[in-house]
Design a protein around this ligand. Structure first.
Ligand SMILES: NC(=O)c1ccc[n+]([C@@H]2O[C@H](COP(=O)([O-])OP(=O)(O)OC[C@H]3O[C@@H](n4cnc5c(N)ncnc54)[C@H](OP(=O)(O)O)[C@@H]3O)[C@@H](O)[C@H]2O)c1
Length: 214
């Protein structure tokens, strides 16, 4: 599944961060979705821009997961071609499982900083084959539920590969403009219909859940 927040006009960031579009209810949805995931997948560009830390959850959600036999927090998995991670990225340290970095199998992971674990993904040279990545996460990490938190270029690749079963989009009651528009980045269009599964509102914000139309 995937989760993104956007403005009415489709902006995905303000000042290079998504936080300016979010709300307390959106952050709650964000945490609940994380709580239902085995793996939180994020593009390296977003991890760098948003200064990602290791996936954390409030105590009651950790306890609920533990009571149902799951790890207290989901494991983070970055997706990168370049493997360029700044040495001061918060996710390199802290509590919780060591984040994975999925990368093309033909790219050496020697330069990766300590604090992350490489996950080479077989596929075309220089590319992370997303279907192979999901298979690896299922077989090696026992991941039934993988949550992609973006950003747009990674979500666009998932869309192209038709690998999104469920999409959560929060629509903030804001008009933003600019050129950071579109949840799928500047990818070749593929016009794929989805089914609206649920629609909730809070303080003028829309919370839409779309599912694959099989
Ligand atoms: N509104 C929201 O919900 C939301 C969510 C997430 C992010 N954002 C915003 O989105 C912006 C960043 O988005 P972006 O589109 O520029 O970048 P992005 O998708 O976050 O990251 C691009 C980078 O991620 C890696 N990557 C992406 N797709 C890949 C693939 N298929 N295979 C291998 N590596 C892949 C590459 O990393 P390397 O360069 O390391 O090779 C690529 O340069 C930020 O401003 C962030 O705040 C918004």
């Amino acid at each position: 599944m995937a989760n993104m927040v956007m403005s009415i006009d489709g902006a995905y960031a303000v000042d290079q961060r998504s936080g300016g579009l979010s709300s307390e209810a959106d952050r709650q949805v964000f945490r609940w979705l994380r709580a239902s995931a085995d793996i939180v997948l994020v593009a390296a560009g977003t991890a760098r821009a948003e200064r990602y830390g290791r996936a954390s959850l409030p105590e009651e959600l950790r306890a609920h997961r533990a009571a149902t036999g799951r790890a207290e927090v989901p494991r983070l998995c970055l997706v990168s071609r370049s493997l360029e991670l700044p040495g001061d990225l918060p996710l390199l340290e802290g509590d919780g499982p060591t984040p994975l970095v999925a990368h093309p199998a033909d790219v050496s992971a020697r330069e990766l900083p300590p604090g992350v674990e490489p996950l080479p993904v077989p596929g075309p040279p220089g590319e992370v084959d997303l279907s192979a990545l999901l298979e690896l996460l299922a077989s090696e990490q026992q991941a039934d539920v993988v949550l992609c938190e973006g950003g747009p270029s990674l979500l666009g690749a998932f869309h192209r590969a038709d690998l999104i079963d469920e999409l959560f989009v929060s629509v903030a009651p804001r008009m933003v403009g600019g050129d950071r528009l579109g949840l799928l980045g500047g990818t070749e269009p593929i016009n794929r219909p989805l089914r609206l599964h649920r629609l909730m509102t809070d303080d003028d914000m829309l919370f839409c859940t779309y599912r694959r139309r099989d």
